[in-house]
Design a protein around this ligand. Structure first.
Ligand SMILES: C[S@@+](CC[C@H](N)C(=O)[O-])C[C@H]1O[C@@H](n2cnc3c(N)ncnc32)[C@H](O)[C@@H]1O
Length: 166
């Protein structure tokens, strides 16, 4: 994600971004979107561009830079919000917490992007929570499908009826 010389650090790859956009444009039903695991905002900014009139984007992340041994320097809610506002006029609905602490209206989400805790138990819990939140025809996008040997990818593979491969 790059604008006016500014680049947002993150893990969303160009091909994955293209695939998400293509899928969403083709078959995303009406409804809000949710992202678990926003980091500095790269994928959330992309999702923000997919919002239609009257829809909201909920973003869930504890924004704690010390998670995973300080792997994410300078990570904070403020850093995320500043990045997001470089690309969009309005902030999304930011929930600064772990995914286990949020709840949304069942059947209301047109797209859920899971990119939070990649360890097996947490990932399984995220997928289990997400499925009932999806609207009919809603998209569950699970990041790092190919990269992780275990955890999030494993959960995605065992739930192929709902997870699209991106
Ligand atoms: C791989 S990064 C996300 C990358 C981001 N989607 C991007 O486009 O660059 C993982 C993020 O998940 C967040 N995270 C870790 N555990 C979480 C949890 N239990 N609930 C929600 N977010 C979590 C971390 O704070 C981190 O920001």
């Amino acid at each position: 994600m790059r604008r006016m010389g500014h680049q947002v650090m993150g893990f969303l790859e160009r091909d994955d971004a293209r695939m998400i956009v293509r899928l969403a444009m083709r078959q995303r039903p009406e409804g809000d979107m949710l992202e678990v695991g926003a980091l500095y905002g790269r994928s959330a900014i992309l999702l923000g561009y997919l919002l239609r009139q009257g829809e909201s984007l909920i973003v869930c992340d504890p924004f704690e830079s010390h998670l995973r041994g300080g792997l994410w320097p300078g990570l904070s809610r403020t850093a995320f919000e500043e990045n997001y506002l470089r690309y969009h006029k309005q902030l999304p609905d930011v929930r600064q917490c772990r995914s286990s602490e949020i709840s949304v209206v069942p059947g209301s989400m047109s797209l859920i992007h899971l990119d939070g805790d990649h360890l097996l138990d947490a990932a399984q819990a995220d997928v289990d929570r997400a499925i009932p939140w999806l609207a009919k025809g809603g998209l569950l996008v699970v990041n790092d499908f190919d990269l992780d040997a275990r955890g999030l990818a494993e959960v995605a593979r065992s739930t192929t009826k709902v997870a699209y491969r991106v």
